[in-house]
Design a protein around this ligand. Structure first.
Ligand code: KG4
Ligand code: ZN
Length: 351
């Protein structure tokens, strides 16, 4: 079964082909440079860019694989959560393709797709705990199968990636700061007492990262005022040691906090041996090392996509669509895009 995946929920326009559960080819156009000028994603600009790139990217992919639209068995599309105008570009394109060919349509939850992307390069095993840490979300799930997940926890304020990006901004790093902060942290010495491990004094699986940002702001004012570096910083070699040390301490505080809540989820579900780790922050070096070692020590396994498949991409959409189609589900052409903040309806139909 050949599935085309379409991703346009935020600032990456992506199309990918998954054949029988394996990635065949993918194209991606990032708008990060445009939005960096504004310090964050501008929704109207983002949807216009998706519209500009969608058709040409589709042609490139088809030509490169020597395929015709009629060769596609199904079209999987990210239907939410995301920016509504952006999602509409993807869903309208997907529906048009389905109308013009005999392909089936499958609407995919972008968040589930991030976690299922673990299956693109590894064998998935269930039940599994899913930790999704991206720019917009920090959620914990229990997965009973690829198509049955229940949310156990979420962030009450900033998502983990947002915490990285806001901390990066305070430290004068180029936007989005997560990747650079990770690189700087690797050059620094972490002080485990410098920043708090927020929101652990409870028995739930929710997160709250906004206090950590305040702690970093105070540290910057008090301790880093005399140090200087080019702003926005783009090159790690220009960072002073104090900055690298601060990044290492912040990175450690976030990773410790994420690990504490995953441990708590595993106490609730002791039979679980698999952790699915995904989302942009799953590209973080320390988080990957920690989760791998921690799950191995428990006799289990942490599965995570390769770094390129942690951030938004269409391969994960195609793969998640393939998983649902394999279970006998599809969407009809009335499929609606669902913006952030609204729950995604369970409106798959039996194919
Ligand atoms: O999943 P994603 O591409 O977008 C959303 O759907 O939100 O995640 C982007 C987020 C950004 O906040 C970015 O700073 C963060 O992932 N990120 C990282 C790293 N690479 C990307 N955070 C920490 N360490 C990294 N290596
Ligand atoms: Zn995402």
């Amino acid at each position: 079964m050949l599935v085309l995946g379409i991703e346009s929920s935020c600032d990456e326009t992506g199309l990918a082909l998954v054949e029988d559960g394996r990635l065949k080819d993918a194209v991606l156009a990032s708008q990060a440079d445009i939005h960096a000028l504004f310090g964050g994603v501008v929704p109207e600009l983002a949807s216009r860019e998706h519209l500009r790139f969608m058709g040409p990217l589709f042609d490139i992919l088809m030509e490169r694989q020597n395929l015709k639209p009629a060769d596609l068995d199904a079209i999987a599309v990210a239907r939410g959560p995301g920016l509504l105008g952006c999602l509409l570009v993807g869903t309208a394109f997907a529906k048009g393709l389905c109308l013009g060919t005999r392909a089936r349509l499958i609407g995919v939850n972008h968040l589930m797709a991030h976690l299922l992307a673990c299956g693109l390069e590894n064998e998935l095993a269930f039940p599994a705990i899913g930790l999704l840490v991206s720019g917009g979300h920090s959620n914990i799930y229990i997965f009973r199968s690829p198509v049955e997940a229940e949310q156990l926890g979420r962030t009450l304020d900033d998502a983990a990636g947002e915490a990285f990006d806001k901390c990066g901004k305070l430290l004068g790093l180029a936007y989005p700061g997560g990747k650079l902060l990770d690189a700087l942290a690797r050059r620094g010495r972490a002080d485990r007492h410098l920043f708090p491990r927020p929101y652990l004094d409870n028995d739930n699986l929710d997160f709250s990262f906004s206090g950590l940002k305040t702690a970093v702001a105070l540290h910057v004012d008090r301790e880093l005022a005399k140090a200087s570096w080019p702003r926005p910083l783009t090159d790690v070699s220009e960072a002073p040691q104090e900055l690298c040390d601060c990044c290492a301490s912040f990175n450690l505080a976030v990773v410790d906090t994420l690990q504490a809540k995953v441990e708590r989820a595993l106490v609730r579900y002791p039979q679980v041996k698999t952790l699915l780790l995904a989302g942009g922050v799953a590209a973080n070096s320390l988080l990957r090392e920690r989760m791998t070692a921690f799950m191995a020590k428990r006799g289990g396994r942490a599965i995570m996509p390769g770094r390129a498949l942690c951030t938004d991409n269409a391969a994960m959409i195609a793969y998640a669509g393939w998983c649902a189609l394999k279970e006998g589900y599809a969407s009809d052409l009335a499929l609606e895009a669902v913006p952030r903040g609204r729950s995604i309806p369970q409106d798959w139909v039996r194919a």
